[in-house]
Design a protein around this ligand. Sequence first.
Ligand SMILES: NC(=O)c1ccc[n+]([C@@H]2O[C@H](COP(=O)([O-])OP(=O)(O)OC[C@H]3O[C@@H](n4cnc5c(N)ncnc54)[C@H](OP(=O)(O)O)[C@@H]3O)[C@@H](O)[C@H]2O)c1
Length: 332
Amino acid sequence: MTDFRAFRIRHDDAGHRAGIETMDTSGLSPGEVLVKAAWSSVNYKDALAGTGKGKILRQYPLNGGIDVAGHVAASADPAFREGDAVLCTGCGLSETRDGGYGEYVRLESRWTIPLPRGLSLRESMALGTAGFTAALALLRLQDNRQAPSLGPVAVTGASGGVGMLAIDIFSRAGYAVHAISGKAEHFDFLRGLGAAECIDRHALAFSGKPMDSVRFGGALDNVGGATLAGLLPLIAPYGNLALCGNAGGIAYEGTVMPFIIRGVSLLGIASAGTARDLRARVWQRLAGDWKPRHLDRIATREATLEELPQVFDQMLAGGSFGRTLVRHRDAA
Ligand SMILES: NC(=O)c1ccc[n+]([C@@H]2O[C@H](COP(=O)([O-])OP(=O)(O)OC[C@H]3O[C@@H](n4cnc5c(N)ncnc54)[C@H](OP(=O)(O)O)[C@@H]3O)[C@@H](O)[C@H]2O)c1
């Protein structure tokens, strides 16, 4: 048993509470692989969970943090040995099991990914769920024949974590990325990441017609709602829209026309439940030919466990820009 510190989230008759607690490794969720955490990251979902402003945890108490990277401290599965560098994103962390905001985390071996050659632990968390989601979307798009020749790929919510990483990854993979963002002050930054064009979302007027002139070969939509409905009629024949977010709402009104006249496909992206073989493929690409070229510009901040509440508040107030890494005490 080892004592360690964790940012632990509770909800009981007294309401929501979250903060630093000391616990020991025998109190962690079950799993074959005990990991000494080095890095985690902050996603929107982490902010909702940590503040209690969204119902993310399905049981209490749990340590927060949907992402983690570190070294194996002990393993009951011979596939992992002490000292191995590993990572995990999603897979129930901070939903049904203790997450990456503990200095130790116990993982199920089936969801533990050996750190691929080409990525440091810190880089893997600069990517985290956001980078994994962007790359998973690209894999799904390509598996459904999304070629650069179909036309530019629109990325909505472009100044968010998924959006920025998607711009970098998609442009590196040869696509012309049209970044759709509400933050015109960041357009130069987004162009620096690889966006061929930046479009102000406030000035983007969708016609509301069931079909419209083709404008994009495909899209990655972080926003959903009316944006999803507006984009579908603009996608080229046999292009795809990969849908991963709901920053703009969950309900959308649309018609069947883009699907049955142009053969457009709507691809759902659910990173947390991705099958292990696909998960491993995505991480291999992220460490290799899809590794973002501007990770150090995108992951600009580091926070300690103590600083998390203030990071969450800023994120939920819409005041954060770029990804925030969580640095554990022994991170190299
Ligand atoms: N499906 C999955 O597996 C998965 C995984 C990770 C994240 N997500 C979801 O994907 C979305 C993006 O995640 P993220 O980590 O990148 O979040 P984020 O950093 O908070 O970025 C979201 C972006 O969406 C835009 N936005 C916010 N409110 C909006 C509104 N009302 N209408 C239109 N655009 C709005 C903003 O970009 P601009 O100002 O640039 O427009 C914002 O930066 C979130 O909905 C998140 O829950 C899903």
